[in-house]
Design a protein around this ligand. Structure first.
Ligand SMILES: Nc1ncnc2c1ncn2[C@@H]1O[C@H](COP(=O)(O)OP(=O)(O)OP(=O)(O)O)[C@@H](O)[C@H]1O
Ligand SMILES: [Mg+2]
Length: 225
């Protein structure tokens, strides 16, 4: 896909015919230097913005054909988001924050049981009823992971999920995401500046000047050049 921001002299080609595919259950990293187009790419996959040209297929659906209403519903159902800053609602408790995407989707059913289960996996059972502004940064990011998974999305998207954490906490969050990916056969697509912290993953996509290359930068002389 291609994404062009702005018009005339201010035109920026943030993505230049970047193309790749990801299978269910894959744990994928997106790497590349600042300004290379990583967040733009994630915003396209996350259906937060539309490509200027090209298509985004998710679970066999050509999402570029959906109108704005359908896109919102599709996004809510099929995608989970984890950001650099956990973006929790501070007036709500930990449990209420995790439940939010489920309430928006209108599929409450076993919501609370599911939320408690996820909070157990991220080892926050003891914090469930605390307000979100009374927990640490690492705990908040674990809440954000549980929230990102509550609708059992097809893909969890994360933009620098450890960018705001110290290296010890960062390692805990990375290990947690990897173990959840395995346990739940959950697809993750993660933008990171620190691929080394992730150890072995299924796929690395390097973005350079808006183009996508599969594999680490070292495997591609054209990326380093
Ligand atoms: N909303 C926007 N309007 C105009 N230009 C934009 C917009 N968002 C991003 N850009 C430009 O598109 C290019 C890619 O930006 P993007 O945010 O995707 O980079 P990135 O790889 O995520 O960088 P970083 O590692 O610093 O987060 C940059 O040149 C940026 O200035
Ligand atoms: Mg970015």
């Amino acid at each position: 896909m291609t994404k062009i921001y702005g018009m005339g002299e201010n035109k920026v080609k943030a993505l230049d015919d970047a193309s790749f595919s990801i299978e269910k259950g894959e744990f994928v990293l997106i790497v590349g230097s600042s300004g290379s187009g990583k967040s733009t790419l994630l915003n396209m996959i996350g259906l937060l913005d539309r490509p200027t040209k090209g298509k985004v297929f998710i679970d066999g659906t050509d999402t570029t054909k959906l109108n704005d209403n359908k896109i919102s519903a599709f996004r809510n159902k099929k995608l989970g988001f984890i950001f650099q800053f956990s973006n929790l609602l501070t007036d709500l408790t930990v449990l209420e924050n995790v439940l939010l995407p489920r309430q928006i989707a209108g599929t409450n059913g076993s919501a609370e049981k599911d939320a408690r289960e996820l909070l157990k996996i991220v080892e926050l059972e003891s914090q469930i009823n605390k307000r979100a502004n009374k927990i640490s940064g690492g705990q908040a990011q674990r809440v954000a992971i549980a929230r990102g998974l509550i609708n059992r999305p097809s893909i969890v998207l994360a933009d620098e999920p450890t960018g705001n954490l110290d290296s010890v906490t960062s390692k805990i969050i990375v290990d947690l995401m990897k173990s959840m990916a395995k346990k739940l056969n959950q697809t993750f697509i993660i933008v990171t500046h620190e691929p080394d912290h992730f150890g072995d993953v299924d796929k690395i996509i390097t973005i350079k000047d808006g183009k996508a290359f599969e594999g680490e930068p070292l495997a591609h002389p054209e990326i380093i050049a």
